[in-house]
Write a protein that binds this ligand. Structure first.
Ligand SMILES: [Zn+2]
Length: 620
């Protein structure tokens, strides 16, 4: 087969410049988009719209594919995107175009092995089979109907290999000219260094390397794709207004819609031109997009960056009405203090990293936040834990009642004055954490598990304290401030010899969780109740809200006193460390020894009064 490249399509390319920059001779043949328009068939297994690939259906993809072609000198292309835009197909197009025309080592990294297997089996394999001349080039396969291996499609002079981010050994030793990093905000960190950087470095040996990075964003300050996009020329897709011909991008703020008296979408969403004010119906989108062009907001940067929201989804895929409908639902829920749906909307539709509303919570009138419990411990409480903060001259303790579905009831807040290294201070603490609390039905309840801060200046004395009270489920905690620290993690090894298990507590994640709950204003799931007791006063709530999240996602003190917050997150972590799933408790746990009788579905411990450290540590 002879491939003829149209002269008109090569007018933007300067082969001399390219040759000098990359030390290689540019290939004068098809770009990825031209290859796709010529050969690519979307199979029914891989696409809702089966049939021949047409770049004109999603014209914004043309430049992105062509920047990934050998004819472009761009080495890194970064895409931050909403869903329903066709981006997963172009990663496949890039991989197959190189396999077919420019054989070389190609590495395609997905978040998990399951996703890698699915991409290979359901998308790449059927797509290769649909292009007979390419299928013939691919070596091997278990049966005559198969092409290549699951995680490797080899051709003469090249191969396409799949890797997955949660096991860097799947690609660590691989060197590739083309590296496709798909869905990077799903990569996570797995303690082996930065997976993204490791993936990119696979192409270091190639002067003509091509790196494609693609993802829907997640949380601001933790989103890899947002960071990557910022390190690019930051392009937006602008199209001419059908009325005034001036160019503008689709943005959510340009969309106009009405809601009826029941709060539902009323009529069709229209796009208002920011130049002339014309109201543009969605069906004009198809033609507008064909005339569109990518405009850099950070011109001159060596990496190409592309940002696209789901408002660009072609007619027939995802409509403006559907996007607005989802926004209305998410907004309604957000008014109740639950912003989870809005996060999903911002990430998957608006292609925007979500800045959690966690910057800080303020409770200005504590009288509005406290309520009269009928007794010390309401009947909805299934188990009590305590979080204990250690200062040089006192202990501060919060007793927390846990109900179903994350709902919590603060029970008591206590300050025990005295230096923790003195016996009488520790005795006073013993007395308090072993006291009973009365329930509405008259039964008495004890604190099931306790977590104590051992950081600061009283570490050794608190280690000793915890070591001698392991059977009473007194856990030694040490706070860890790093943004991504897990909620609980393994003991420090040298503590084992001392018969002490030290739990490192990821306080950042716990504070995120707690402040999200504290922002909820309606009783029910995850709501935090506070009793109408003198100790739950203005001072208490000021301590509880004494920290705010900075733009790096770290918590910083905005007030000097924050002990109430520390006590609360330790009381929450104690439940996790004790491995209690409150939703599985059939009845309240009144004291430690009663856990046996309660027999939770998940309980598998031999004894109820002492947990062998090794039996539960493995699961962290
Ligand atoms: Zn206009």
């Amino acid at each position: 087969m002879v491939l003829v490249r149209k002269a008109s399509m090569s007018k933007n390319i300067n082969p001399i410049t390219l040759g000098c920059m990359n030390g290689f001779k540019p290939d004068p043949r098809l770009t990825v988009s031209e290859w796709s328009d010529t050969f690519r068939i979307l199979t029914s297994e891989a696409s809702a719209e089966a049939g021949r690939w047409r770049t004109d259906r999603t014209p914004y993809l043309r430049e992105i594919m062509d920047e990934m072609s050998p004819t472009s000198s761009t080495q890194q292309v970064k895409v931050i995107k909403g869903t329903q835009l066709g981006f997963s197909s172009i990663a496949d197009n890039i991989a197959m175009c190189y396999l077919d025309l420019y054989p070389c080592p190609i590495l395609y990294i997905l978040p998990t092995e399951t996703l890698a297997k699915g991409t290979s089996r359901r998308r790449i394999t059927p797509s290769i089979k649909a292009i007979p001349h390419l299928a013939k080039k691919v070596i091997g396969g278990k049966s005559k109907d198969d092409v290549g291996e699951v995680f490797s499609k080899a051709v003469a002079g090249g191969n396409l290999t799949f890797g997955w981010s949660n096991s860097t050994s799947s690609f660590r030793s691989f060197s590739a000219r083309v590296v496709i990093l798909d869905d990077v905000d799903g990569y996570g960190t797995f303690g082996e260094g930065d997976v993204m950087e490791l993936g990119k470095a696979r192409a270091d040996a190639f002067a003509n390397k091509k790196i494609y990075i693609n993802s829907t964003p997640t949380i601001a300050s933790q989103s890899s794709i947002e960071t990557e996009f910022e390190d690019s020329d930051q392009r937006e897709y602008e199209m001419p207004c059908p009325e005034c011909n001036q160019y503008f991008p689709y943005k959510w703020e340009y969309m106009h819609y009405k809601v009826d008296e029941k709060g539902r979408l009323d009529g069709d969403v229209l796009c208002g031109c920011p130049h002339c004010g014309a109201m543009i119906p969605e069906y004009k989108k198809t033609n507008m997009m064909l005339d569109g062009k990518w405009i850099p907001r950070n011109a001159g940067h060596q990496h190409r960056g592309y940002k696209l929201s789901s408002l660009y989804s072609p007619v027939g895929w995802l409509s403006w009405n559907e996007v607005a409908d989802e926004f209305i639902k998410a907004h309604k829920l957000m008014l109740t203090g639950d912003d989870r749906l809005m996060q999903v909307w911002a990430n998957t539709r608006d292609a925007r990293a979500w800045k959690p509303k966690l910057d800080g919570v303020e409770i200005t009138n504590h009288h509005e936040r406290v309520e009269d419990y009928e007794c010390e411990v309401p009947n909805e409480v299934y188990i009590l834990t305590a979080g204990i903060d250690t200062q040089d001259d006192r202990f501060e303790i919060e007793v927390l009642g846990h109900g179903k579905n994350g709902e919590t009831w603060s029970i008591d807040y206590k300050v025990i004055a005295g230096d923790p290294q003195f016996d009488e201070t520790k005795e006073a603490l013993d007395e308090y954490i072993n006291r009973t609390f009365e329930r509405e039905d008259g039964t008495l309840m004890k604190i099931y598990a306790k977590g104590i801060d051992t950081g600061g200046h009283r570490t050794k004395t608190m280690y000793d304290y915890c070591k001698h009270r392991a059977t009473q489920l007194v856990f030694a905690f040490k706070g860890h401030n790093q943004v991504n620290a897990p909620i609980t993690s393994k003991t420090v090894d040298n503590m084992r010899a001392n018969d002490l298990t030290l739990f490192t507590i990821g306080v950042n994640a716990l504070k995120d969780d707690f402040y999200a709950r504290l922002a909820i204003t309606e009783h029910g799931h995850n709501y935090c109740h506070f009793p109408n007791k003198p100790v739950y006063n203005d001072k208490y709530f000021k301590m509880l809200t004494a920290e705010k999240r900075d733009d790096k996602g770290r918590y910083v003190k905005v007030r000097l006193r924050n002990e109430a917050l520390d006590c609360r997150v330790y009381a929450m972590a104690t439940l996790t460390v004790a491995k209690i799933d409150v939703n599985r408790l059939p009845k309240p746990v009144l004291y430690i020894g009663e856990m046996d009788k309660v027999k939770t579905v998940s309980a598998s411990r031999k004894t109820n009064t002492y947990i062998e450290p090794s039996s539960y540590l493995d699961e962290f």
